[in-house]
Structure formats: structure tokens, C-alpha cells
Design a protein around this ligand. Structure first.
Ligand code: HXC
Length: 279
């Protein structure tokens, strides 16, 4: 779909880059010529992914064990990254989420998710942004949000609060840092199955099947569809796009939003015939 050198002049840091969608984006960025820094909490997972990437794209992946909830850990990582070779792209991908009735949540449960999604994305963006501004470097940030960043959603309250804030950050800094040559965009993915998200969010296979059929396009997203969109937004081809969120969900959130969608879906052929007879 793209020129193989689309991201050749990019070095991109992906939080949570060892697994799931973060890993899929990393591989695609490498295919398109980028250098990569992946970070995450689990050392073994990072090492495994970095080794895979090194085998296919030698000398282009650095990895750092880093808990992005901890500002000192982020500073330590960014100092090391900048000393060796600065990045000019950041993907806020790391997230935490679980499905729960909100009245059962402890304060620590709220903090567990907000620590990663809200604080982690905020710290990373500020840490990189300050350095880019000091260096006079052009750069771009991509944050993975969700469609419930603007609709809200029952049963995933901590994630709703965190992702809404990250979307607000995207719009705010797009304006504030635009004059400095820094773009910020987001992607709101629908159902792209990954082990991490599915094991935490879907209680059984029936729910997974309903999830798949819920989108008007009648299927899950393919990781390549998301990674190509992310590549475009990180590339200079998207040089005039900032403060934007691209939804890639097969129409799922609009299905929930349309006032008469469910009414039409509940109607039988006889109901439709009866309505037509009234014309
Ligand atoms: C209620 C829960 C809980 C659950 C944990 N807690 N899981 N409460 N329901 N299912 C509570 C604990 O009881 C504890 O509170 C507090 O949260 C902290 O738990 P820890 O396990 O100590 O926290 P930690 O090890 O930091 O784990 C963070 C995590 C975990 C968020 C809880 O799930 C995680 O690390 N996830 C990372 C990967 C991930 O979630 N990926 C999915 C992202 S999907 P108490 O008070 O008992 O001590 C996504 C978008 C989805 O974001 C969109 C799909 C369409």
C-alpha cells in the first residue's frame, strides 16, 4: 500500500510495544523503514519481541523495560534514548482495562487504569514534547484512544475517564504545539482482537461472537488495517493532519448512536410490510 521508505526518516517510540497492537504497529513501522524503540513493563516479553524484530530488521530496534506510571522511570528511559539517538515519533499505545460494575471498583482499581492510560500517556507526551521543543525538532504523537472517549461507556469507567482525557490532550496540544512543528493525532479502534484485551474484556466466546457481528461491516478489524492507518498518521504524508481522531471500527459506534437503528433491526418482514402498507 505504501512506498517501502515511507517512514525511513522516523524513529518511533511505542509504549506497550512488546505485545498486541503495539507490536503489530512496530513491525509495520519497521517494514516501512523506521527505527524503533519499544518499552513495556515485562522484560521477557520485550526481549522476545525485540529479538524477533532484530532477526527481520537488524540494528533497528531498541527496547527498554519501563513502567510508564513512574515519572522517574520515564525520565531515565528518555535520557538513555536521547543520548543514543532521539526519537521523532511517539505512540501512546500502552493501556490497562477491565470490565466491571463501577460500584464494585476500589480506589486502587481506578488508579491502576488511570496510572497507565492517563498519567502514562501524559508523562510520555510531556517528556518527549519538552525534548523536541528544546531540540527544535519536528515530531508527531499518535495516541490510541477509543470511541467511548466521546460517547462514554458503561462498565469500563476507569478506561473511559483515561481515554477521554487522552483525546482531550490530543486536541489541546495539537493547537499549543502546532507552531513548533509537533503534530498529535489519535486512532479510535473498534474490535481488533488481542490476547491482552480479549482476556480482560470478554467473559465468554458468545460475547466475542456478538462483538464480531456487532459492527455493521460484520467482522473484526484486521491488524494490518490499523497498522497502515497508524503508519500514514506517523508519516509526513499526513503533515497537515493534527488534532484529529480517526475511527476504525467497521461502523460499530454509529450503530449504537443512530436513534432508529435498533428499531429497524427489531422489525420482522411482516412489520416492514405493515409499515409499507401505510404509505
Ligand atoms: C475490578 C480490578 C480488576 C477487575 C484489578 N482490579 N483487576 N478490579 N475488576 N477485573 C483492581 C485490583 O483489585 C486492585 O485493587 C487494583 O485494581 C490494582 O490491581 P493490580 O492487579 O495490582 O494492578 P496492576 O498489576 O497494576 O494491573 C493493572 C491492570 C491490568 C489494569 C489491572 O489489567 C493490566 O496491567 N493490564 C494491562 C493490559 C491491558 O489491560 N490491556 C487491555 C487494554 S484494552 P485493590 O483495591 O483490590 O488493591 C483497552 C481498550 C479496549 O484499553 C477497547 C476494546 C474494544
Amino acid at each position: 500500500m505504501y512506498r517501502s521508505d515511507l517512514l525511513q526518516d522516523k524513529t518511533i517510540l511505542i509504549t506497550g510495544g512488546g505485545t498486541g497492537l503495539g507490536k503489530a504497529m512496530g513491525r509495520r513501522f519497521l517494514e516501512l523503514g523506521a527505527g524503533l524503540v519499544i518499552c513495556g513493563r515485562r522484560k521477557e516479553v520485550l526481549e522476545e519481541t525485540a529479538a524477533e524484530f532484530e532477526a527481520d530488521f537488524p540494528g533497528r530496534t531498541r527496547h527498554f523495560q519501563c513502567d510508564i506510571r513512574v515519572p522517574d522511570a520515564i525520565e531515565e528511559m528518555l535520557e538513555a534514548v536521547w543520548t543514543e539517538q532521539p526519537v521523532n515519533g511517539l505512540v501512546n499505545n500502552a493501556a490497562g482495562n477491565f470490565i466491571a460494575k463501577s460500584e464494585t471498583l476500589s480506589y486502587r482499581a481506578l488508579d491502576a487504569v488511570l496510572g497507565i492510560v492517563l498519567h502514562g500517556s501524559g508523562y510520555m507526551t510531556l517528556g518527549c514534547g519538552k525534548r523536541w521543543i528544546e531540540d527544535g525538532a519536528k515530531a508527531s504523537v499518535l495516541s490510541i484512544v477509543t470511541t467511548y472517549s466521546w460517547t462514554g461507556s458503561a462498565y469500563v469507567l476507569p478506561s473511559v475517564m483515561g481515554k477521554s482525557a487522552v483525546w482531550a490532550m490530543t486536541k489541546s496540544l495539537a493547537v499549543e504545539w502546532g507552531p513548533k512543528g509537533i503534530r498529535l493525532n489519535s486512532i479510535a479502534p473498534g474490535a481488533f482482537p488481542t490476547e491482552g484485551a480479549w482476556s480482560r474484556l470478554l467473559a465468554n466466546p458468545d460475547v466475542a461472537e456478538k462483538f464480531e457481528n456487532y459492527a455493521p461491516l460484520g467482522r473484526f478489524g484486521d491488524h494490518a488495517e490499523l497498522t497502515n492507518l497508524a503508519s500514514y498518521l506517523m508519516s509526513d504524508e499526513a503533515g497537515f493532519v493534527t488534532g484529529e481522531c480517526v475511527t476504525i471500527d467497521g461502523g460499530a459506534w454509529l450503530r449504537g448512536a443512530g436513534q432508529f437503528t435498533w428499531v429497524g433491526e427489531e422489525m420482522s418482514d411482516d412489520d416492514w410490510a405493515a409499515m409499507a402498507a401505510k404509505r
